[in-house]
Write a new protein. Structure first.
Length: 221
């Protein structure tokens, strides 16, 4: 897989090293020569560095966006990340564009209109992780996909949940939802039709469209 990462800060460098370790072809774009010179010596030799402004078409073309599988815009500036995402999608037709949200108030802009397939907001993600760790019986959104059209959510079943003791096949989950995993006693249970939900099960659900209200009613009550 060919990946182009815009932004060689701590996030971009970490992503690059991890993806290289998995055998992917990675190009890292950085506008600041100081940042590039400071970290290039510690980066793997196989990492391709490109000096330039990723908001410019010429720079993205030089990075190989025309045949990239993924472009990740992870600079520290939301405006730059939006511009990079839009250019990657509209000018180069990149199949998968990931945008980093630095200011949570800007998350609403990171949608398909700006070429973003997946946005990652660290503050929102951390908040969700805290809620997931301490909340029982609450519907917690963990991740938004396709500009919010799909959501990965988690519910830890409380004692009064109407889903306890019911097989998944008989639960009546809406067509717009899929139970992707059940965490029970520290172990992952692969959900099947005959899986019976229990008290304190952590149920991970992928919800699309307007199915969230029905899922919440079935799992939370």
């Amino acid at each position: 897989m060919k990946v182009v990462i815009a932004g060689a800060g701590s996030v971009g460098r970490y992503m690059a090293v991890q993806l290289l370790g998995s055998g992917h072809d990675v190009t890292l774009i950085e506008q600041s020569s100081d940042v590039s010179n400071r970290h290039r010596a510690y980066a793997p030799e196989s990492l391709c560095w490109l000096a330039g402004d990723a908001c410019e078409l010429d720079t993205l073309a030089a990075a190989g966006c025309a045949d990239a599988d993924v472009v990740a815009a992870v600079t520290g500036d939301d405006e730059d990340n939006l511009v990079i995402s839009l250019l990657a999608k509209q000018e180069f037709g990149v199949p998968r564009v990931v945008g980093r949200v630095n200011n949570p108030d800007n998350e609403w802009m990171f949608t398909e209109m700006w070429g973003v397939d997946l946005s990652v907001s660290t503050p929102h993600l951390l908040t969700s992780m805290v809620e997931e760790a301490v909340s029982v019986g609450a519907f917690v959104r963990l991740l938004s996909l396709e500009g919010g059209k799909a959501r990965l959510a988690e519910v830890t079943l409380a004692a009064g949940s109407p889903a306890i003791g019911i097989e998944l096949a008989r639960l009546g989950m809406p067509r717009e939802s899929t139970v992707v995993a059940v965490l029970r006693d520290g172990h992952v249970v692969v959900p099947r039709g005959d899986t019976v939900l229990r008290d304190l099960d952590e149920v991970l659900v992928l919800v699309t469209g307007d199915g969230e209200a029905d899922v919440r009613r079935l799992l939370v009550g």
